[in-house]
Write a protein that binds this ligand. Structure first.
Ligand code: HEC
Length: 191
């Protein structure tokens, strides 16, 4: 009889714990996906407009000035930290951390296994000394347009090359072909 009472008392706690965590993380994933999708659309739109108006050398400014601004605006709105990183980074601050490196490697495997590039993302909740952190990464996949600035050296126009050399002396972000994962959009939120 005693045993029975304990079981009944403990059971609702487990149920509560299960209910409390599951919708939360689904909501975070939704929020991260919406934020990432919005950012990619905004940036892609501005990039295309700038490329049509002034060519790729001019459009470098969009990637340099606008990408961080658009990310900062979304960060303010959502309380999430947002950045773009790559193992072959152009922006010196775009170096991936351990979780991001692992995330990109797993997304590359899933892409190779036939998953659709548009929806390729991953997420988890990690324990850190400062508490739990929600992590999310979305693959940024090379399209033909991207080769103007990230393609093989012979795909870059002389003026793009000149601007990249001037502004990013340690640039590693060339040599990509369409379909490759150029980097990830990384989102973090402390829980
Ligand atoms: C007009 C030139 C240009 C085009 C086109 C372009 N990029 Fe970039 N990209 C840049 C520049 C410049 C940076 C560095 C921005 C900065 O200073 O933060 C960059 C940075 C990045 C980064 C951040 C990581 C890093 O290396 O610093 C990713 C990821 C990225 N680009 C992916 C793409 C993808 C995917 C496309 C096509 C959809 C694309 N880019 C098209 C110029 C370009």
């Amino acid at each position: 009889m005693k045993h029975h009472t304990i079981t009944l008392a403990v059971l609702p706690l487990f149920l509560l714990a299960g209910c409390a965590s599951a919708p939360d993380s689904a909501q975070l994933v939704d929020e991260a996906r919406n934020t990432a999708g919005g950012l990619i659309q905004t940036l892609g739109g501005e990039l295309k407009t700038a490329m049509t108006a002034g060519g790729p050398a001019q459009a470098i400014g969009v990637c340099k000035e606008r990408a961080p601004k658009i990310a900062a605006e979304a960060a303010q709105r959502t309380g999430m930290q947002i950045k773009r990183v790559s193992p072959k980074n152009r922006n010196p601050k775009g170096v991936p951390d351990a979780w991001e490196t692992e995330a990109q490697a797993s997304l590359e495997q899933r892409l190779a296994a036939g998953e659709k590039p548009e929806t390729l993302d991953t997420h988890s909740v990690v324990n850190t000394p400062d508490g739990k952190v929600f992590r999310y990464a979305k693959a940024l996949v090379m399209q033909p347009m991207c080769t103007n600035c990230h393609g093989a050296e012979d795909k870059l126009s002389p003026d793009v090359k000149a601007r990249l050399t001037a502004e990013y002396p340690d640039d590693k972000a060339i040599g990509y072909t369409p379909g490759m994962i150029r980097g990830v959009l990384s989102i973090k939120k402390s829980l």
